[in-house]
Design a protein around this ligand. Structure first.
Ligand code: ADP
Ligand code: MG
Length: 355
């Protein structure tokens, strides 16, 4: 949906910020750009809404070159959240959220309803906060307003440039969770810049790791961990706070080899030994089969951490956990998968697990 082809950027002073950038962000994808400071993340992002023009190459949105769009329409259809909390200080929260919808000439009534909806969505009580000024909110609350302001006029694309890096770890984690939930609900295309590998891995459907103006590896979090392209990628992955914070869907079995349907269970003798997850006709999780018995056992959300998975394993006797996403059974994770993964993440040089 956002297609970069051979994009190069040389700034006026001769700085070569980007060299031969190629990628295609898919519709509804959360695409993270990560890499060390100065590698070209912000330059890449600002090209999408034409705050910066490429020196060479083409950028398409919905298969149309971006300079063929009316620039105002282009920008109104792209929400933008900056690192520094950039609310207008003299305006109330509702006025801040209303800026783009008003430019798009939304009706008062629709807008008012939208503001309630958005504030509710990120846990800000509209009654209480609508009329406040930004300075009367905490940093975390202000950045939430920054996020919903970007969503207000229902843009197709949302750009976020290190939106949470100025926040304390708790607000940050809460907002990461909000963004992940939001993404599942609203299915927007989001390009998210960060220099924090934990954040990139937790949020991204795909992660684009950059270095010195080039893409080093563009892949799923799972492949970055399991098949790093080179030592730079390995080192960057190693920066994470702890492998225990990895999301379960990064290492779960995606082949569905442990998943069967109710009719398999009724008709087949294969399920007498071992443990399997059952899926009903709606694709929802419907219990485990363990050693030939059907049992009730908990499932885990795809974005939960390995730590949480281990906590559940400790409380129940079964060797696999079904993984669900938006009520759909999408895979299974085993005790053994987690053990092998953690072992692979042990820092070789000192033999000490980085927990
Ligand atoms: N307006 C500018 N003029 C000259 N060089 C710039 C300008 N903006 C950014 N750069 C340089 O381009 C490179 C990429 O910058 P940027 O995209 O901001 O990196 P990141 O966001 O990954 O930290 C850096 O070397 C930076 O110093
Ligand atoms: Mg930047």
């Amino acid at each position: 949906m956002i297609t970069f082809t051979d994009v190069t950027k040389t700034y006026a002073d001769g700085t070569m910020a980007l060299e031969g950038i190629n990628f295609d962000v898919k519709e509804g994808e959360l695409f993270t750009l990560i890499g060390p400071s100065g590698c070209g993340k912000t330059t890449t992002m600002k090209m999408i809404n034409r705050l910066i023009e490429p020196t060479e190459g083409t950028i398409l949105i919905h298969n149309k070159p971006i300079n063929e769009y009316n620039i105002h329409e282009l920008r109104w259809n792209i929400g933008y959240v900056l690192q520094e909390i950039a609310l207008f200080p003299h305006m109330t929260i509702e006025e801040n959220i209303s800026v783009v919808p008003e430019m798009k000439k939304w009706k008062r009534k629709d807008l008012s309803k939208r503001i309630d909806e958005l504030m509710d969505m990120v846990g800000l009580d509209p009654e209480k906060h609508r009329k406040r000024k930004p300075s009367e909110l905490s940093g975390g609350q202000q950045q939430r307003v920054g996020v919903i302001r970007a969503l207000a006029a229902d843009p197709d694309i949302i750009l976020m440039d290190e939106p949470f890096s100025a926040l304390d770890p708790i607000s940050r984690e809460q907002l990461q969770k909000d963004i992940r939930d939001l993404q599942q609900k609203i299915q927007k295309t989001i390009v998210f810049v960060t220099h924090d590998m934990d954040e990139a891995m937790a949020l991204g459907d795909r992660v684009c790791l950059m270095k010195e103006g080039k893409i080093v590896q563009l892949d799923t979090p799972q492949n970055l961990i399991l098949k790093p392209a080179n030592d730079f990628v390995k080192d960057f992955i190693g920066e994470r706070k702890s492998p225990w914070q990895t999301a379960v869907d990064v290492i779960m079995d995606q082949t569905r080899s442990q998943i069967y349907t109710e009719s398999d269970w009724n008709s087949s003798a294969i399920l007498k030994v071992g443990t399997y997850a059952l899926q009903d006709e709606q694709g929802e999780y419907a219990g485990l089969i363990h050693e030939g018995e059907r049992v009730d056992a908990p499932a885990i959300e795809n974005s939960s951490t390995l730590k949480k998975a281990m906590d559940i394993f400790e409380e129940q006797p079964y060797p696999i956990l079904p993984v669900i996403k938006e009520n759909q059974l999408i895979g299974t994770i085993s005790y053994k998968d987690i053990a092998l993964y953690l072992k692979s993440q042990v820092k070789e040089q000192n033999g000490v697990m980085n927990t």
